[in-house]
Write a protein that binds this ligand. Structure first.
Ligand code: ZN
Length: 133
């Protein structure tokens, strides 16, 4: 005993990664940045359920923040939370894509892009195969 000298010295806590400084130009160009990630997560904490699923009486956790009006990247509207909606992946990938196509074609207005609009509810029921109920 006494030969071994105690446990090896503890290393100081690993340095925490330092947040990168705001990237003004590239952030604006790309839109989806760590700043967006944080804002989106905060939004989903306040709005944990999918708006489109709620509209048809389903309780489904929202997994992403959707921009109600597409093509806002790089504009002030991108950061306007009044035009954000909590969505599950299915609503975003299926119903919202259909809505945006109709919006781009001028067949529906911006208000119809909400996942609980009459149009969205109709598409939700149709795409889920629940139209006949
Ligand atoms: Zn949904």
């Amino acid at each position: 005993m006494g030969k071994l000298s105690g446990p090896p010295p503890l290393l100081g806590g690993a340095p925490k990664p330092v947040a990168a400084p705001p990237e003004r130009h590239s952030a604006r160009e790309r839109g989806y940045t760590s700043k967006w990630d944080r804002a989106s997560k905060r939004f989903l904490r306040a709005n944990p359920l999918c708006r489109g699923c709620q509209a048809v009486g389903r309780v489904e956790p929202a997994t992403l923040t959707d921009h109600v009006i597409p093509h806002t990247r790089g504009t002030d509207a991108f950061w306007d939370q009044r035009w954000w909606q909590a969505s599950c992946k299915w609503h975003h990938d299926v119903v919202k894509q259909l809505l945006e196509r109709e919006f781009d074609a001028g067949r529906i207005g911006a208000d119809d892009l909400w996942l609980d609009s009459d149009r969205a509810v109709h598409l939700t029921r149709r795409e889920r195969g629940e139209g006949g109920r």
